[in-house]
Design a protein around this ligand. Structure first.
Ligand code: ATP
Ligand code: MG
Length: 330
């Protein structure tokens, strides 16, 4: 039987280019090879958007439309909603016994996100616990292959720690460990060059951006502040335009040549930005066209069918879990 692939996104906004290179591309490439489940993490999105449920609800459809537009095929991969699998909440509760507070506070992804969201002084318990919930999302489907960006590596480590502890205590082989499958660009920076491109930080190019927005954002990209005149030597490292060209420009020989020229002096920012806009348009135009064919009804059907299928699978795992823990009383 094919191994299970599982991954997902938080409906806290729209899909962006970081999602594309970090995870979406791999999902499309791998969907035929694995039994694939793609989750829209509405419960997790509420952990830091609990005051704004409208954003989460609206973003569910945004994200689902994004999936279909980039080529995830709902007849091959199961697209589902986290909130529709209540069994995950039960597994989360059992997992909570296996994790200490200090371990959660040490999780590097959680630490970064708390700082970004100014939540360090007053941490909602739900937010702090989301890595446990995420471990339950993965293991409840017995998933082994997890296509995600670099920021998720600590989450997968924490998941495997929980799985090992669970199996040691309640029965070896009950739950499966999983492996990260990184995208070709593990971490795409924001257009400001500070941190990763992120829905919540307002520094991303979205898959649904119009051509004029894409152009404006590329024009705003951080390059090299010391590269003032075209003839000045420029820096390639940390230059966001080159980082994006690394991710999106197919002709690698041409790119190597452009970098040499930029370092030496004689290549202007306008030239490299124009090239990047062209590359991005080539990628985004078919995505926009596919998206224009989708309706709310199509998306709702996909989510309903997918959620039913994922739930059936989760229920099978929960039988194993309850048996292993001695909770199968009747
Ligand atoms: P939020 O700001 O709400 O956390 P986000 O932009 O970080 O949103 P997520 O839904 O948290 O997006 O992440 C979904 C997936 O996309 C994860 O696998 C994550 O690793 C990947 N990802 C997100 N941002 C990037 C990025 N800039 N580069 C590479 N992968 C990314
Ligand atoms: Mg995130």
């Amino acid at each position: 039987m094919a191994q299970v692939l599982m991954t997902g996104d938080r409906p806290s906004g729209k899909l962006h280019l970081g999602h594309y290179v970090g995870s979406l591309q791999n999902r499309v490439a791998l969907q035929q090879q694995y039994e694939s489940y793609i989750m829209i993490a509405d419960v997790q999105a509420l952990t830091d958007n609990f005051e704004n449920p409208g954003l989460v609800e609206k973003s569910v459809y945004e994200i689902a439309a994004g999936y279909l537009s980039v080529g995830i095929d709902p007849s091959v991969a199961t697209i589902y909603l986290q909130s529709q699998i209540p069994e995950t909440t039960e597994l989360t509760l059992y997992f909570m016994n296996l994790v200490t507070l200090s371990r959660l506070e040490r999780n590097p992804t959680v630490k970064t996100e708390l700082a970004q969201k100014n939540m360090e002084e007053s941490i909602p318990v739900g937010f702090l616990c989301y890595p446990i919930n995420q471990a339950a999302d993965i293991t409840i489907l017995q998933a082994e292959v997890i296509p995600v960006g670099e920021d998720q590596i600590p989450m997968i480590e924490q998941t495997n720690e929980i799985v090992r502890k669970f199996n040691r205590l309640y029965g070896e082989g009950t739950l499966k460990e999983c492996k990260v499958h990184l995208g070709k660009t593990g971490r795409l920076p924001g257009i400001d060059g500070k941190g990763k491109a992120s829905k919540s930080l307002g520094n991303a190019i979205f898959l649904s951006d119009a051509p004029s927005e894409v152009r404006e954002k590329v024009w705003d990209m951080f390059t090299d502040p010391n590269h003032v005149k075209i003839s000045d030597p420029g820096q390639v490292e940390g230059n966001v335009v080159f980082t994006y060209l690394d991710a999106f420009h197919d002709d690698k020989d041409e790119l190597t040549h452009l970098k040499q020229q930029y370092r030496k002096g004689g290549l202007g920012d306008v030239t490299i930005k124009t090239l990047l806009v062209k590359d991005l348009e080539q990628l985004l135009e078919p995505i926009r066209a596919k998206r224009a064919t989708l309706t709310q009804e199509i998306l709702r059907d996909v989510l309903r069918d997918g959620s039913q299928k994922a739930r059936a699978k989760a229920q099978q795992t929960m039988k194993l879990v309850r048996n292993a823990m001695g909770l199968n009383y009747f």
